[in-house]
Design a protein around this ligand. Structure first.
Ligand code: HEC
Length: 296
C-alpha cells in the first residue's frame, strides 16, 4: 500500500522531506505527532520515491530494510500453527530448544511472508540450548520465543510478549502438545514455577521417574523421555508465542503482567519463598538511573 501525502506543499510535508533527505528515519509515531492533517493510516516509514514523498505500509517498508524491526507479520491460521508446532518438536532433535522454537516460527513465516525471514540464520541461536551452552539458566525455548516475537512485532512488543510467555511457561503443567511423530512415550506433566532450565527440567525428570514407577532418579537427562518432553515443550512455547503475535496483529494484544524486575526491584522470579524460604532478603532501593538510558 502506497499512500500519497495529500498536500505535498504543506509545511509538515516539507519538514518531513527535509528530515528524510538528511537520512533521519521517521517512526510511525513521529509521523503522527502534530500531523493531524496527514492521513497516514497504517503507514509505517516515510521514504522518497520517484513520485515524491510517499508512505509505505509497514510490510513494504520492512522489506526495504531488514535491519528495521518489526519485519512484516501475517497472522497464522490453525493449520500453520500446527505446522509451527510440528517443526518445533522435530527440530528440537536437530538443534535443541532455542532453535526448535525459533525455526518453528521462522520456517513458517519464510513460506508465508518470505523475506527477510528467508535470510535469517536461525542456527545462530542454537548456542542458547540448555539454559545457554548447557548452564541451566533461562530455558532456551523462551529465548527462541523472544527472538521470534521481536522480529515480527518489534523489540518492545517482543519483550512484552515473551514476558507473558514466561508466565505461561512457569505456571502451566507442561508439556501439553502431542506431536504427530513422538520419539518416546512420556507420562508426566509438571509446573516449573520458574523459567530456569535447570529447575524446570529437573522437576520434570523427577516427576516422570515417579510416574513411571522408577523412582525420582529413574529418568535422566538425555534420556529419550526428557528429550521428547523438551521437544513437546518447544511446540507449546512456539504455539503460545504465535497466539500472542496473532492477537497483536489484530490490535488485541494487551500485556497483563508487570515485568518482575519492576515489581520486585531486582531481576527475579516472583515466588521469592521458593528459594529463600521465609527470610527473603530485601534488595536495595530502586535507583533513579533510568534517566541515563537513551531512547528505550
Ligand atoms: C530461583 C531461586 C530464587 C528466587 C525465586 C529468588 N531468589 Fe533471591 N537469591 C537466590 C540465591 C541463590 C541468592 C544468592 C544467595 C547467597 O549467595 O547467599 C539470592 C540472592 C538474593 C539477594 C541478594 C542478597 C542476599 O542476601 O544474597 C536479594 C536481595 C534477593 N535474592 C532477593 C530476592 C527477592 C526479593 C526475590 C523475590 C522477588 C528473590 N530473591 C527470589 C535465589 C532466588
Amino acid at each position: 500500500m502506497v499512500v500519497k501525502i495529500p498536500d505535498s506543499k504543506s509545511e509538515e510535508a516539507k519538514i518531513m522531506l527535509e528530515e528524510i533527505k538528511e537520512g533521519k528515519i521517521l517512526s510511525r509515531r513521529g509521523l503522527l505527532v502534530g500531523a493531524g492533517k496527514l492521513a497516514v493510516g497504517a503507514a509505517g516509514i516515510a521514504v522518497v520515491s520517484s513520485g515524491g514523498l510517499t508512505l509505505l505500509s509497514k510490510a513494504e517498508a520492512a522489506k526495504k530494510n531488514a535491519s528495521e524491526l518489526p519485519w512484516p507479520y501475517k497472522k497464522l491460521n490453525s493449520k500453520e500453527i500446527k505446522k509451527v508446532a510440528e517443526i518445533a518438536h522435530d527440530n528440537w532433535f536437530k538443534g535443541f530448544c532455542t532453535y526448535a522454537v525459533l525455526s518453528g516460527i521462522v520456517d513458517v513465516l519464510r513460506e508465508k511472508v518470505g523475506g527477510p525471514y528467508t535470510s535469517f540464520p536461525t542456527e545462530a541461536f542454537i548456542f542458547a540450548h540448555g539454559g545457554t551452552a548447557g548452564w541451566g539458566a533461562t530455558c532456551g525455548t523462551l529465548i527462541g520465543s523472544g527472538i521470534a516475537a521481536s522480529l515480527a512485532s518489534g523489540h518492545k512488543t517482543g519483550e512484552q510478549i515473551v514476558n507473558e510467555v514466561m508466565v505461561f511457561y512457569s505456571d502451566t503443567a507442561l508439556p501439553i502438545y502431542m506431536p504427530d511423530h513422538p520419539k518416546a512415550d512420556i507420562k508426566a506433566k509438571s509446573i516449573s514455577h520458574t523459567p530456569v532450565c535447570h529447575i524446570s527440567v529437573g522437576k520434570w525428570m523427577k516427576e516422570e521417574g515417579l510416574e513411571e514407577g522408577k523412582g525420582p532418579e529413574g529418568v535422566g537427562f538425555l534420556s529419550p523421555q526428557q528429550m521428547e518432553r523438551c521437544g513437546r515443550l518447544s511446540a507449546d512455547v512456539a504455539m503460545k508465542t504465535v497466539e500472542f503475535l496473532n492477537a497483536w496483529a489484530d490490535g488485541k494484544f494487551k500485556p497483563v503482567h508487570t515485568a518482575p524486575v519492576m515489581a520486585n526491584h531486582i531481576p527475579s522470579q516472583n515466588n521469592c519463598t521458593a528459594c529463600h524460604g521465609e527470610s527473603i532478603p530485601k534488595p536495595g532501593p530502586f535507583g533513579t538511573g533510568m534517566s541515563l538510558i537513551g531512547g528505550h
